[in-house]
Design a protein around this ligand. Structure first.
Ligand code: PLP
Length: 388
């Protein structure tokens, strides 16, 4: 057998166009944040999302932190967070000495279960952070109705979901505040990067100040006549995105349809080829939404030894992973209650290669290897309760 090319789990699609954009920034002499490129990126985001304002930031974790500050979260407040996903929302709540309350998720989509959210509301609850889990939007109509009934805010963590849609609307614009990530493992990237989208321009303006030491753009100050001393009006963080990263993102956002079409084709091929495999379930996407496919996760039958499957795939050079996280079982977020669905998904999901540069032959190779591995590593009899 000939040695096979490795097939990585993830791969960023960055090329000559992005390099050319970086070269322009170098030539301009302004590589720092909130310069011409950052402003142009923010304008591009406002237009794409129909947002009241968009603030470019260094990552989505920072954008979540600033969104909670701008929404007025206080120490001791409870914020309900979707349990299943990268636990950045729970971290953000803790930055403010507030209490993250983990809500369980839907078994079919992995997104937060609106009924679980409703059941967790107390007199101290101030808001909800929903997650578009690995790229699939949550149930915003139901979540917003619950929020409106109780006077809560909703933040959409769309870190993985650039390009996804829900009832024809763009993920990232499905709540009063939305957060995007441009980390290297997401569908559009500048290595590290993020953005906050706000329906209300006042929230956007406040977030911009809080993400730049509580003061306006240094680039703009260079143009002010009369040299007034600028004023710090907030205690702020330094969460700015460099103009180098902003230039890369301007290109990536123009390419998002092309990149997403490729991911979509990979997902369709996986789901078709694996549909008949009894030892796993392919992702479910409800008719009213589209997936950004930050990750493609299959759910393994309880009979399958996931660790053995992963070892076997990796031995063949095929990248794989556990998928994402169940927040409430992480030691730092000791939880009063359990989220059984999320706890089960985190044991049974397996992420397989997903990026915009996979070709059809590679997808077939992954499918063949996965099929063989799950059949080799399945216990002969169903465990009590059987297959889901
Ligand atoms: C990746 C991710 C984040 C963090 O994004 P950064 O830009 O790396 O800070 C936040 N939330 C979710 C759901 C994510 O998947």
């Amino acid at each position: 057998m000939t040695a096979m090319e490795p097939i990585p789990l993830v791969r960023a699609s960055l090329g000559q166009q992005e390099l050319a954009a970086v070269a322009e920034v170098f030539a301009s002499g302004w590589p720092a944040g909130q310069g011409p490129r950052g402003k142009a990126l923010e304008a591009q985001l406002v237009k794409r999302y129909g947002a009241g304002d968009a603030v470019a930031m260094c990552n989505a974790g920072a954008a979540l932190h600033v969104s909670l500050l701008a929404l007025g979260v206080k120490p001791g407040d409870e914020v309900i967070v979707a349990d299943y996903g990268f636990p950045a929302p729970a971290h953000a709540v803790r930055y403010l000495d507030a209490v993250p309350v983990c809500a369980d998720v839907r078994a079919d989509t992995g997104t937060v279960d609106p009924q679980a959210v409703a059941d967790l509301i107390t007199a101290r609850t101030v808001g909800i952070i929903a997650v578009d889990t690995v790229g699939i939007p949550a149930d915003y109509v139901e979540l917003q109705a619950i929020a409106d009934r109780h006077g809560l805010f909703v933040v959409e963590d769309a870190a993985c979901a650039v390009g996804a849609t829900y009832q024809g609307r763009e993920a990232g614009s499905l709540a009063e505040v939305g957060v995007l990530s441009f980390h290297g493992r997401k569908g559009a990237t500048s290595g590290e990067g993020g953005a906050l989208l706000a329906a209300d321009p006042k929230i956007g303006a406040d977030a911009r100040l809080r993400s730049s030491f509580g003061i306006g753009s240094i680039f703009d100050m260079g143009k002010v006549v009369g040299l007034p001393i600028p004023e710090f009006t907030r205690i702020g963080h330094n969460y700015k995105l460099s103009d180098i990263a902003a230039a890369i993102l301007q290109v990536q956002l123009e390419r998002i349809d092309e990149l997403l079409a490729r991911r979509d084709a990979v997902a369709v091929q996986y789901s078709e080829l694996l549909a008949d495999e009894e030892l796993l379930t392919v992702p479910y996407v409800p008719d009213d939404r589209t997936h950004a496919w930050q990750t493609y996760m299959v759910k393994l039958d309880p009979r399958v030894d996931r660790a053995a499957v992963a070892t076997e795939l990796r031995a063949q050079g095929i990248g794989c992973g556990h998928g994402t996280f169940a927040t409430h079982i992480q030691p730092v977020f000791e939880s009063k209650h359990t989220c059984p669905v999320s706890a089960e998904l985190v044991q049974r999901h397996l992420a397989i290669p997903m990026h915009a540069e996979l070709d059809a032959d590679q997808v077939e190779r992954v499918v063949d290897a996965l099929r063989t591995a799950v059949r080799t590593h399945a216990a002969p009899t169903p465990s009590p309760g059987g297959a889901a």
